[in-house]
Design a protein around this ligand. Structure first.
Ligand code: URA
Length: 278
């Protein structure tokens, strides 16, 4: 546990150094004039107000957790005015991948990541699954959902009458969080610009959020999974359904029948039929 905490602290320090934040300890003026004069972006004003109203802490400001803002993918950016033609979607995804490059935009770049796990599947998919973040197997292979949870996701896709190659699969963050912890808000909020672009390019008919983290960031709400399941939400012009994360279903297989109900809702919307049992 101490090792994990140390690794995370090192990752944050390297990240801050890389971002040019190096004058925390300057006497009396920890914030440069340039930064002080810059008004906060509109999206963070509510969070700043909330923070200002909160009880004063004795901890130095730089040790406080980053301000967590939750903004739905619908509110992050307007929908594109023109859409990428089906024949150009694969190239458009390659362009996003190139824009990401050897990313060092968030602390996960320094926390033991081996591979950036961009996304996988049909650029013209009608159905897109969004998970939380890569695990060890994905970090090694560079492909999302290839470990045990991925095997179960493959089975779920097959049960819906589809092949894995026919859907598109991505995650909230593209780099493995150390010890598979839940992504921090600063990590998810940094990475979401690329997932948003992927959704806008693929333009699926339906997005399935796998688990609470995916649902929280895509929808910009922090609610229980049970309150979000069983009804439609919207995301970037697509219908969005929420279901359990396959890793959770591996831990509690009794919930598989509930997840199947969610997938059946998706199948009805998309006109999919379960394959006949052989
Ligand atoms: N869990 C996820 O959320 N995503 C993956 O790619 C693998 C496991």
């Amino acid at each position: 546990m101490a090792g994990e905490a140390e690794q995370q602290l090192r990752a944050y320090l390297e990240y801050l150094r890389d971002m040019g934040v190096h004058d925390f300890y300057r006497q009396g003026d920890p914030v440069s004039a340039e930064v002080r004069e810059t008004p906060p972006p509109v999206a963070t004003i509510a969070a700043v107000e909330e923070q200002e109203a909160a009880p004063v802490s004795n901890r130095p400001a730089f040790l406080e957790p980053p301000i967590a803002t939750l903004v739905s993918f619908n509110d992050l950016a307007p929908l594109p005015e023109s859409r990428v033609a089906p024949a150009h979607k694969a190239d458009a995804l390659v362009a996003i991948k190139e824009e990401i490059g050897d990313c060092t935009r968030c602390p996960l770049a320094y926390a033991g990541r081996r591979t950036i796990v961009f996304g996988d599947g049909d650029a013209n998919a009608r159905l897109m699954f969004v998970g939380e973040g890569p695990g060890a197997d994905e970090d090694t292979s560079g492909v999302p959902f290839v470990g045990k949870a991925g095997q179960l996701l493959n089975n779920m896709i097959q049960a819906m009458g589809l092949k894995r190659e026919q859907v598109y699969i991505a995650n909230i963050v593209k780099c493995r969080p150390p010890a598979n912890r839940v992504p921090e808000p600063v990590e998810a909020n940094t990475c979401d610009q690329f997932l948003l672009q992927q959704i806008d390019v693929v333009q699926p008919q339906v997005v399935v959020a796998l688990g609470a983290t995916a649902a929280m960031y895509l929808l910009g709400v922090k609610q229980s999974l049970s309150s979000l399941r069983g009804r439609w939400h919207s995301c970037r012009g697509a219908k969005l359904a929420v279901t359990y994360h396959p890793a959770f279903l591996l831990r509690d297989p009794r919930q598989k029948s509930e997840a199947w109900k969610d997938l059946q809702m998706v199948m009805a919307e998309m006109g999919l039929k379960a394959p006949a049992k052989s």
